[in-house]
Design a protein around this ligand. Structure first.
Ligand SMILES: *Cc1c(COP(=O)(O)O)cnc(C)c1O
Length: 384
């Protein structure tokens, strides 16, 4: 956290709403709360979701799991990054956090620690980032059997192209391959669970089954433990696609506010901010706001995008600075120092469309995930 220029509002009621919407679509969820719950607050998000009955969480590093245990979280926890620090194997065993074992090297590291522990197995079915391939399964099973104090609880794979219909063949291939991995593992570890659907995969599952009728029989486990991330925080990963409707019932959990530091008039021909990249075409009212790239208000928003204030939208003008930016408030003439400005979300009036993370990401040339993670580094206020 850099300063108090930007304030993050977390609508916990919307988080609960989203969790319930998703649970209605499957038999169980393992919310993905890595990266400080996509900027929404690790411990706070976990506590809310656990009170909604969540029995599993996916985090990034083991150390986040230690924080959750210290905060009293009882649910199963899977650390998606596996073992990052030398002490992680010991910590995972001690705090009952399942590291995601994605290679023989990591498996050996976990075994070398010598402590009984639950573990998760990462299968690479096409993301081609981390994990064991289908061909690795016999050797993996054999190696696991030589470490009986390690208990494989769950197999996980991650879909690479679930957010676009054009990727359906890849998804089908991945799920079928995963199904073979799971069958192979279950011959030795019959109680192992399996998890493969991320946010877009979970939302699209009914469509996959319609398009590929054999899928339901091939992957009966698909809806047992899904791993929603972005959709839980209220961003529809299918927005802008033909499947948009499948995720239209979730509500954005995060809003970001800043305030007006100063307002002044710009004469025609005056230029502003670094590089003088904006020149007033006519006399303009300009407000300086206390948000810059240090607060996660990306410099890529320079001369692009909008903020919400006074029941309207004001365009960002000139370069975004480290802790300040400029907006054109000519259309909001009563703007004064101290006014609240929404850089994400918006006031509760029908007069103005709230700014969505997806929209802001579009202006900045990135994705909503990055917007939430970046803004989420500021001070957060949790609303009931
Ligand atoms: C981040 C992540 C997810 C969640 O992805 P979303 O697109 O946010 O739903 C699921 N599984 C794994 C392994 C991940 O790394």
């Amino acid at each position: 956290m850099i300063n108090d220029g930007v304030k993050i509002l977390i609508h916990t009621d919307r988080l609960r709403h989203n969790a319930r919407c998703l649970k209605a679509r499957c038999r169980g969820i393992m919310p993905v709360i890595k990266a400080d719950a996509y900027g929404h607050g690790l411990e706070e998000t976990a506590a809310i979701l656990e009170s909604e009955g969540t029995g599993w969480f996916a985090i990034g590093a083991v150390d986040e799991g230690v924080r959750l245990r210290k905060a009293g979280v009882k649910a199963n926890i899977v650390a998606l990054l596996g073992l990052l620090q030398p002490e992680d194997a010991m910590l995972a065993a001690e705090y009952k956090i399942m590291p995601l074992i994605h290679s023989f090297a990591v498996l050996k590291q976990m075994a070398d620690c010598g402590r009984p522990a639950d573990i998760a197995i990462k299968c690479n079915t096409g993301m081609n980032r981390l994990g064991f391939t289908l061909e690795d399964m016999p050797k993996l099973t054999e190696t696991l059997q030589s470490f009986p104090f390690l208990r494989p609880q769950i197999a996980i794979t991650h879909l690479a192209c679930a957010d676009e219909e054009a990727g359906d063949q890849v998804t089908l291939w991945q799920i079928n391959t995963f199904s073979s991995c799971v069958s192979s593992l279950r011959t030795t570890f019959p109680a192992m669970k399996a998890s493969c659907l991320n946010s877009p995969g979970l939302l699209s599952w009914p469509q996959y089954c319609r398009k590929f009728p054999e899928l339901e029989a091939a992957a009966p486990f698909a809806l047992e433990l899904t791993r929603p991330g972005i959709v839980l925080y209220g961003e529809n990963p299918l927005a802008g696609t033909d499947r948009e409707k499948l995720g239209s019932d979730v509500l954005p959990v995060m809003e970001a506010q800043t305030s007006v530091l100063a307002v002044y008039t710009l004469q025609q021909g005056d230029s502003v901010s670094y590089g003088h990249t904006y020149t007033a075409p006519s006399p303009r009212r300009v407000a300086i706001i206390a948000a810059g790239y240090a607060e996660g208000f990306s410099r890529a928003l320079s001369n692009k995008g909008f903020v919400c204030l006074k029941g309207g939208r004001a365009p960002i003008i000139g370069r975004v600075c480290m802790q300040m930016s400029l907006i054109d408030v000519t259309e909001q003439p009563d703007t004064t120092r101290g006014d609240t400005v929404w850089i994400l979300g918006g006031p509760d009036t029908s007069a103005v469309q709230p700014i969505t993370a997806r929209e802001m990401a579009g202006w900045a040339g990135t994705i909503s995930y990055e917007v939430l993670c970046s803004l989420g580094r500021n001070r957060r206020i949790f609303l009931p």
